[in-house]
Design a protein around this ligand. Structure first.
Ligand code: ARG
Length: 593
């Protein structure tokens, strides 16, 4: 990785003065974000992070003094061309042509793996990761929360090289890209009283024909109808309970109807996931753990953790303050919590992952806290390996027809709005597959909007905002990609960097792009640490803004061949990093729009 080479050079010099091993200094040396104010240095050492913290707390003035002293002790050489003290930092500028050449060469050499081969990822534990995401409830709405879980968990074909051989998810992607083995699980809401209602409802209002032609819609209608009826009529409630009891007793008729609903729903989901580029290693679900939940209850009992209340319910005491978790109904049946305990134990047995991740909305945070607390009480040390990644709510997502019920509604709306908007553009007639292109642009818009902020934040959704072609949107990323791609199409792709004259790339917009490319490994590292895609999204948006500015100033057309080729080479490197970053997020770049 280009940045590593320079960090190492700086670290070696520093190590002589500070008498510390260079490896321990590397993480304190960061590439500097490109700012609007004038030329910035390339790297910064944060002096506070290398001071001896055991001796005392250093004051600001103290740190500044150290920074100045270090800056005078360090010497420029063939790599470092300028050293100065900043605010609590020592700032380094790298020999300009060497910097440009090294960065471009690395991008061309590593292609889609640029940034991922960085030393920042060396030495980090790598192992098996299990990600559970999407997990919709059959017969209920595939609501926006499920969409969030699906795209956070999921994304498209990534990076076109063998380790990214198939459809991936963002968290899975990133983990996989840095060398983990990832398993993706969809844990369907496919058990519980809602199926008692659905079974009863289908017997009353169901139609085989409608179920065949539009299964999710029909199941949802039946469920809504019977739910309403059950609120008004005790008889319906009893029938539903009876149906669910039959399911729990595995009676054939009830089970076969349930299985029919489940199979037909999975078939539909698979179609939708395909549109999103999502795929799972395993479709599991709450139903799988009905019997295993009984084993969990027995285990809790043997360990003396299960208490039976006066009403006959089973609870686990979680704290001395008396906080309790309900794990068994008075009729002995299990709950969502019990099934999650059984599922976690089963997954650990089956896959033995080093990390087990659950992606759900944040309203489930207390639920997962309880799951993890009880697993710990049961003595499972691996509970430490479990992690809940919560995300916030999306408000106001509607389509022109009204409320969003199914994921398909959102995807269709995004696609048709993009089609309408792009129909009038100059290049629209040249697009080979307008529908597929509109789908990719629409999806990019949804994903970027969703990933721009902290995952745990709520946000308000607006079609107008997400579909803007300038501004910080997925459409803008796609537009930039297509524009850069058209340069390659028009003037031919550059295939190697060795003969490029780096002196041609010393204008401000070019240097800014190079400096920004230099930071990519740090950004990937940051996202891999906190599992937040926003670092990558914001990085790519800035890359696109810098590319737009450079595109205006660094003309290819009409420039002397040497200059034109150097510029093309730079734009090609930018497009390559933009494309791999987009794919990591789950966005398939378009070449024309
Ligand atoms: N089906 C649940 C829902 O839609 C989400 C499941 C989350 N995963 C889990 N292991 N509990 O709310």
């Amino acid at each position: 990785m280009a940045a590593c080479r320079f960090r190492k050079s700086i670290a070696i010099q520093l190590s002589h003065i500070l008498e510390m091993p260079p490896e321990s200094l590397i993480k304190s040396i960061c590439a500097v974000p490109v700012s609007k104010k004038g030329q910035s240095p390339d790297f910064q050492l944060f002096v506070s992070s290398v001071l001896d913290h055991s001796s005392s707390n250093h004051s600001k003035a103290d740190i500044q003094l150290h920074a100045q002293k270090l800056a005078t002790q360090l010497k420029c050489d063939t790599v470092i061309s300028e050293i100065s003290a900043g605010k609590g930092t020592v700032d380094f500028t790298i020999n300009r042509e060497l910097l440009t050449k090294t960065v471009l060469q690395q991008v061309f050499e590593d292609g889609p793996k640029y940034g991922l081969k960085s030393e920042l990822f060396l030495g980090l534990p790598k192992g098996k990761v299990l990600v559970e995401f999407s997990s919709p409830n059959i017969a209920k709405k595939f609501h926006v929360g499920h969409l969030r879980s699906t795209i956070i968990g999921s994304s498209q074909e990534v990076l076109g090289c063998h380790i990214y051989k198939s459809r991936r998810n963002f968290i899975g992607n990133l983990k996989e890209a840095i060398g983990h083995h990832v398993t993706r699980i969809n844990y369907l809401g496919d058990w519980g009283m809602q199926f008692g209602l659905l079974g009863t409802g289908f017997q009353r209002f169901g139609s085989e024909e409608k179920l065949k032609s539009n299964p999710l819609q029909h199941l949802f209608e039946v469920y809504t109808q019977i739910n309403k009826a059950s609120e008004e009529d005790e008889n319906v409630r009893n029938l539903a309970q009876d149906f669910f009891r039959k399911m729990e007793a595995h009676e054939e008729e009830a089970m076969s109807l349930w299985k029919h609903f489940r199979d037909i729903s999975i078939k539909e989901y698979t179609q939708m996931y395909k549109r999103l580029g999502v795929w799972f290693d395993e479709y599991s679900g709450e139903s799988f753990y009905q019997e295993k939940s009984q084993e969990v209850l027995r285990l809790l009992d043997t360990k003396g953790l299960l208490e039976i209340t006066k009403e006959g319910k089973g609870v686990v005491c979680l704290s001395e303050k008396g906080e309790q978790a309900l794990v068994m109904r008075s009729d002995g049946t299990s709950l969502y919590l019990t099934r999650d305990l059984a599922a976690a134990i089963d997954r650990m047995d089956k896959y033995n992952p080093d990390t087990m991740i659950y992606v759900t909305d944040k309203s489930q945070t207390p639920h997962f806290e309880q799951v993890f607390q009880i697993l710990k009480l049961l003595g499972y040390e691996w509970t430490e390996r479990c992690q809940h990644v919560p995300f916030g709510r999306v408000q106001g997502m509607k389509t022109r027809k009204g409320e969003v019920v199914f994921l398909e509604d959102v995807l269709d709306e995004a696609r048709s709005m993009v089609l309408e908007k792009t129909a009038s553009t100059k290049t629209s007639k040249e697009v080979d597959n307008p529908l597929e292109t509109a789908e990719r642009i629409g999806l990019a818009a949804l994903i970027v909007q969703d990933f721009r902020g902290l995952l745990s934040s709520d946000y308000h959704f607006s079609w107008d905002r997400v579909l803007q072609s300038q501004g910080d949107t997925g459409v803008f990323l796609q537009y930039t990609h297509a524009r850069l791609h058209s340069l390659e199409e028009q003037y031919g792709a550059v295939d190697e960097v060795a003969h490029i004259n780096m002196a041609c790339l010393q204008d401000r917009p070019a240097i800014s792009l190079i400096q920004h490319l230099l930071r990519y490994d740090e950004i990937l590292h940051q996202s891999s640490q906190d599992l937040q895609p926003r670092h990558i999204v914001n990085y790519l948006l800035k890359l696109s803004h810098l590319a737009a500015a450079a595109h205006k100033r660094l003309l290819v057309k009409g420039s002397p061949p040497e200059l034109a080729e150097a510029r093309l080479c730079l734009f090609q490197a930018v497009r390559s990093v933009l494309a791999s970053g987009m794919k990591l997020l789950g966005i398939m770049p378009v070449n024309k729009m």
